[in-house]
Design a binder for this molecule. Sequence first.
Ligand code: G
Ligand code: G
Ligand code: MN
Ligand code: NA
Length: 253
Amino acid sequence: LRIESELRDAPGNGELLLYYQPKVSLRSGRIVGAEALLRWRHPVRGLVSPGVFIPVAEETGSIMALGNWVIEEACRQIARWRDAGVAMPPVAVNLSARQFDRGLPQRMAAVLERHQVHPGQIMLEITESLLVRGADTVIAIMNELVAMGLALALDDFGTGYSSLAYLKKFPISTLKIDRAFVVGLPHEENDCAIARAIVTMAQQLRQEIVAEGVETMEQMTFLRELGCDQLQGYLFSQPVPAADFERMLRGGQ
Ligand code: G
Ligand code: G
Ligand code: MN
Ligand code: NA
């Protein structure tokens, strides 16, 4: 398939870019984080969504190269912002399970060193599917990353199989409630019950809780009453190019 080879060439061809979406503190209303989201500007197809090409990259093995590009570019951008005197909150990058191998801490250390970025500036977003895969190895890698000063967030929470007892084993500092449960707030009783259970659980585990896909004031009010820490979603901003994110940081606070 052509898309496979095009995807392999995309990093070298300068066709990849990162968009940034703010995470807003419910307490202060300020931007306290950013999620970096990969985009592929294809010469013919236009802007291709990661929902389309990440699964292809995972199947064909090019996810490692793409993932490395994402980590490198996020650190390069953090360094640019630092050099420009922009006060940046931590930037989260999404990791595929395939990237989470024994070499990851070393790769992270090398990129941080190359761009002179403090590990506290980077958060790694992982998904629940990773937790069920060989837990002991995964925990060892996570502990290594956390010992380096990197923070771990569990993305899309609630869509997988993690129970309270299970989650406790992993050094994860942030839970992100999947937008599938946010969309029905505050009218869908099931979504309300799930969101409430996740927040209660996260509080007991002393984890920060971020709600994704927040689009309405009603959802925000409900999540505030639940005790959620941060919100992310179109209510505040879509994912935007770095320059727009910088403008938002300079202007909005
Ligand atoms: O940005 P958008 O909502 O279109 O993203 C679609 C999906 O692609 C989401 O599940 C998101 O987590 C994933 N995604 C976005 N950027 C990256 C990335 O850099 N690496 C990986 N593995 N997934 C990403
Ligand atoms: O899997 P992950 O949670 O990383 O997916 C993030 C995806 O959700 C991105 O594609 C992003 O563009 C999208 N997204 C972010 N905020 C909203 C929102 O408020 N509503 C909807 N429908 N999608 C959103
Ligand atoms: Mn994510
Ligand atoms: Na997410």
